[in-house]
Write a protein that binds this ligand. Structure first.
Ligand code: MN3
Length: 206
């Protein structure tokens, strides 16, 4: 087996008051770890067990894809948030944001619209296309931009389990908390540098 559960990059209570300790415990211990457990059970010792998680996300299908992508997406989501998050991107990423969206406020609106307007379960993303240009997108269920030759820079989980314990069905309230206080622009900037250098996306240790 080439992949293991990655540690949550901060304490369960680190994102309070915006995301509660209770939510993080359920989300990481039950949902995320549950996908990993099911993935391992599903692939057993088939040749796919020797593939990287990224390769499974890119090449597998059916339930193996759904489980592998949910594991990858959650690892990426934890890194997209930070107790020191919020604010605005700096440096080259700030320039790219202005080029693509006109302003940071406009990017924020696009992200909120994509995440709030997404029907059902899924993920909202800030991605770089093959030309390096930034785009906001959303994917259904476990789907991932890596499948479409886009490089993810940040993601927001919009499955109901990400916010229901904290704000019940008020997805907009959860999104405002994430957008204003938790998004990790430093992580996004590192991913953007890799994308413009042509390096494949990877889950980096934090
Ligand atoms: Mn989730």
């Amino acid at each position: 087996m080439k992949f293991e559960m990655q540690k949550l990059p901060y304490d369960y209570a680190a994102l309070e008051p915006h995301i509660s300790e209770q939510t993080l415990r359920f989300h990481y211990d039950k949902h995320h770890a549950g996908y990993m457990k099911k993935l391992k059970a599903a692939i057993g010792d088939t040749p796919e067990a020797e593939h990287s998680l990224e390769r499974l996300v890119k090449e597998s299908s059916g339930s193996t894809f759904n489980l592998a992508a949910q594991v990858w997406n959650h690892d990426f989501y934890w890194r997209s948030l930070s107790p020191d998050g919020g604010g605005e991107p700096q440096g080259e990423l700030a320039t790219a944001v202005n080029d693509a969206f006109g302003s940071f406020d406009s990017l924020r609106s696009s992200l909120k619209e994509a995440a709030a307007g997404h029907f059902g379960s899924g993920w909202a993303w800030l991605v770089a296309g093959t030309d390096g240009r930034l785009q906001v997108t959303s994917t259904h269920d476990a789907d991932n931009p890596i499948r479409y030759e886009q490089t993810p820079l940040l993601t927001i989980d919009v499955w109901e389990h990400a916010y229901y314990l904290d704000v019940k069905n008020d997805r907009g309230k959860y999104l405002d908390r994430v957008l204003d206080n938790l998004l990790n622009w430093k992580f996004a900037a590192e991913n953007y540098t890799d994308a413009t250098d042509g390096k494949p996306i990877q889950l980096r240790a934090v």
